[in-house]
Design a protein. Structure first.
Ligand code: S3P
Length: 449
């Protein structure tokens, strides 16, 4: 794949059509969690000894992280069962990459790797696709520079990033944003820095890095919204099983809630409480979601979710749920557009700097298929139409995987088909999306690109 290709260039499978049909039924196992998969590769690479990772997400984003560590001399093999075997090189065993490290569409790969590379005594360059090169990197450049790293970027902290890593000093950082990527970049720099470092955030963001560092043997302490880590731990290789990604499960889950007669089971879904905001919001809206078979995979809570169709009511989103719902707002907006009454989201301007401006992208596309949506600076106001949306439109995903999947789910709840453009990036997080949705009974077909 050529990451410098213009994103508007059509590729095979780029246009998909959702045609409304019957109920969704069946059992699906969502793909491995994207956030946890990136961290599993990174910590396994930095550990001593071998690690084994099952159910790693084989989406383009995570494969960028795999490729980056291979380029820095880490042996990573995939066996015939799809299990990944990583031979850790230790905190000081990475080699200078000869080529630019291409991160594609992945903000997590770029920001977390910036944290890893900040303490490595070599030169590296991180680049991304057109979407990633527009996203703010100043939020990681600032704290990593305070630790002593030398990082150059384009204007306003945009990638490519040029990193001359080296010896760092510990940091006590008050993050202005609730961002797991910022927190994790600092923690990953801090583990290769003598002494203890801490990050305090305004709201608790996903805590997978903290959990996994603990599982690999690091000393991590949480005190409210502050997390502290001791430098130079001995990280020991682990056997990990990656939970199913709740952010991917969200698409069949909301589809089943919205399409009358549906009844599905989602198996092995990660239900870490820093990620379950969507379940809390939908339950408050009247959803029927049964959580069964609770278990743990390497310090991460996992459960099966049974979801049946239920009428939903609009809701005012409590701001304290925003961080734990952050990736699910596009699909949440679809649920709101089909709920009875009004839904209001405010204080969510972070959505404007995701893989696309998700407030604008969703407002435009939902409006085009007949939803009543008002775009606001920091959120959306939606008046739901429980009798269904008109559809019969061609809408643009803006190359954003979650916008694409959300609009395809919306299309299943319209009176006429919806054509969604620029869907190829679904492969970054959920390559089996079309196949799994089709297995449940949805009609998603390829259109002419
Ligand atoms: C992620 C953190 C979140 C999320 C992203 C994955 C992570 O981003 O939106 O999809 O794996 O740490 P922010 O840290 O920018 O909120």
């Amino acid at each position: 794949m050529n990451t410098n290709q213009p994103l508007s260039h059509p590729v095979e499978g780029d246009t998909l059509i959702a045609t409304p049909g019957g109920a969704l039924r069946g059992v699906v196992t969502p793909p491995g969690d994207k956030s946890i998969s990136h961290r599993a590769i990174m910590l396994a690479a930095l550990a001593e000894g071998a690690s084994r990772v099952e159910h790693l997400l084989e989406g383009e984003d995570v494969l960028r992280t795999v490729a980056a560590f291979r380029a820095m001399g880490v042996a990573i093999e995939r066996d015939t069962q799809g299990v990944y075997h990583i031979q850790g090189v230790g905190l000081d065993g990475l080699a200078e990459p000869e080529e630019v490290l291409e991160m594609g569409n992945s903000g997590t790969a770029m920001r977390l790797l910036a944290g890893v590379l900040a303490s490595q005594p070599f030169f590296s360059i991180l680049n991304g696709d057109a979407s990633l090169r527009q996203r703010p990197m100043g939020r990681v450049i600032t704290p990593l520079t305070q630790m002593g790293a030398r990082i150059l970027s384009r204007q306003q902290g945009r990638a490519p990033l040029v990193i001359q890593g080296g010896h760092l000093i510990p940091l006590e950082y008050q993050s202005p944003v609730a961002s797991a990527q910022v927190k994790s970049a600092i923690l990953l720099a801090a583990i290769n820095t003598a002494g203890g470092s801490a990050v305090q955030e305004p709201q608790l963001s996903r805590d997978h890095t903290e959990r996994m560092l603990t599982a690999f043997g690091a000393q991590v302490q949480r005190d409210g919204l502050r997390v502290w880590v001791e430098g130079w731990p001995t990280l020991v290789g682990q056997n990990l099983q990656v939970p199913g990604d709740i952010s991917s499960a969200a698409f069949p889950l909301v589809a089943a809630l919205l399409v009358p007669g549906s009844d599905i089971l989602l198996q092995g879904v990660g239900v870490n409480p820093t990620r379950t905001g969507l379940l809390e919001l939908l339950t408050a809206m009247g959803a029927s979601i049964e959580t069964t078979n609770p278990r743990q995979y390497g310090g991460e809570p996992v459960a099966d979710l049974r979801v049946r169709h239920a009428p939903l009511k609009g809701i005012c989103v409590p701001p304290e749920l925003i961080a734990k719902t952050i990736d699910e707002f596009p699909i949440f907006f679809v649920a709101a557009a089909l709920a009875e009454g009004e839904t209001v989201l405010t204080e969510a301007s972070e959505l404007r700097v995701k893989e696309s401006d998700r407030i604008h992208a969703m407002a435009v596309a939902l409006g085009a298929i007949g939803a009543q949506v008002t775009e606001q600076a920091d959120g959306l106001r939606i008046v739901g139409q429980p009798d269904g949306l008109a559809g019969a439109a061609t809408v643009d995903s803006c190359t954003d995987h979650r916008v694409a999947m959300s609009l395809l789910v919306a299309g299943l709840c319209c009176r006429s088909p919806v054509t969604v453009l620029r869907c190829a990036n679904i492969n970054t997080s959920f390559p089996a999306f079309r196949q799994q949705m089709t297995a449940l009974g949805a009609s998603l077909t390829g259109g002419a690109s």
